[in-house]
Design a protein around this ligand. Structure first.
Ligand SMILES: C[S@@+](CC[C@H](N)C(=O)[O-])C[C@H]1O[C@@H](n2cnc3c(N)ncnc32)[C@H](O)[C@@H]1O
Length: 325
């Protein structure tokens, strides 16, 4: 994999603004992850990408969905579907590519519909989406008018899925996915106008450090959009699962919304607003033909779906919006 070919446009952009300092650490890190020590499945996924057929796209919609349309024959559509299935499991979406509907585990569009009405308009903004998965929301951010969107997510498979979508939805569009963690972003860039962290905070062993990292990436006056698991309760309370939460091994802290507000205040954010609170429904996260493993219904107590199988409160998600002072 040639990182200069993959990220040429992003590197050129980064040279011309404050991200310049980030390039010094980003390029060696990408070389290490994608070239020197690639993921064991990388070649298989690259083969799937290579096998994507060249098809003529007539129209792309990223304002109301993530879809590419055009005239294709049945055999072209079958070839496209076979290549995309080589990148299973598909978790975040859905995507519609030339008649192939990728029915992902998550209805990420539902989350976007809950979040989008409450954020500052994205027109002309430089946006960072931390823990972006396969980039579904990145496309919707671009569709909402962002100048450029950078998604970061350490999962290689998500990068491959993102590149497959990009091939049909905008090969030269100002949208990029870097297979890195938030901890790998150069500290205190003070560059992005809006930073999203959705579904990441509870995966972090040091959630307050995560908030400081997000603040460091924002310019002064920039906006943080934070979406995470919460529990009901008072300020100062949080849940730290004894072991797994909803069968996930990597869940560390689930605060109440008032605790989360305090964390944001202590991290130096102002104008903190809780804009959405949502109990995750079984229809929003489920097993599909494109993600055939277990899903939410298997992670809940069959006798009492208001609890996880470990007996904790079932997933409740809050979205907060805050400003960097
Ligand atoms: C629950 S998913 C959320 C995906 C998407 N943001 C959404 O809201 O649907 C969490 C994502 O965060 C990523 N992630 C975990 N730790 C991370 C870190 N330290 N930095 C950046 N991303 C991380 C995971 O790989 C995973 O794709």
């Amino acid at each position: 994999m040639d990182i200069y070919q993959l990220y040429n446009d992003l590197f050129q952009f980064m040279k011309t603004n404050r991200c310049n300092v980030w390039l010094d650490t980003l390029i060696p890190l990408l070389e290490h992850k994608l070239v020197e020590k690639p993921h064991g499945d990388q070649q298989r996924w690259l083969d799937a990408l290579e096998s994507l057929p060249s098809l003529e796209v007539e129209d792309v919609d990223i304002a109301t969905s993530v879809s590419a349309t055009g005239q294709v024959t049945d055999s072209q559509q079958a070839a496209l579907e076979a290549s995309l299935r080589g990148l299973m499991p598909w978790r975040k979406g859905p995507f519609n590519l030339l008649g192939v509907h990728i029915d992902t585990e998550w209805r990420s569009d539902w989350k976007w519909d809950r979040v989008a009405p409450h954020i500052s308009p994205l027109q002309h903004r430089l946006v960072l989406d931390v823990g972006c998965g396969s980039g579904y929301h990145c496309w919707r951010m671009l569709g909402a008018g962002a100048q450029r969107v950078v998604g970061i997510d350490p999962s290689y498979l998500f990068l491959m899925q993102f590149e497959a979508i990009k091939r049909y939805c905008g090969p030269t569009a100002p949208i990029h996915l870097l297979p890195i963690r938030m901890e790998d972003v150069a500290p205190d860039l003070e560059t992005f106008d809006t930073v999203f962290s959705m579904g990441v905070l509870y995966h972090r062993r040091s959630p307050i450090d995560h908030l400081f990292e997000l603040k460091g990436a924002l310019r002064k006056g920039g906006e943080l959009v934070l979406e995470t698991l919460v529990i009901e309760g008072k300020a100062g309370e949080f849940l730290m699962p004894k072991d797994r939460y909803g069968m996930m091994r990597n869940v560390w802290f689930i605060p109440t919304t008032d605790t989360l507000k305090q964390w944001l205040e202590r991290a130096g954010f102002i104008d903190i607003r809780l804009v959405d609170l949502n109990q995750t429904q079984l229809e929003e996260q489920r097993t599909t033909d494109w993600m055939r493993y277990q899903s939410l219904v298997d992670f809940l107590d069959p006798a009492d779906p208001s609890k996880t199988c470990e007996g904790y409160p079932a997933p409740l998600r809050a979205t907060l919006v805050a400003t960097k002072a």
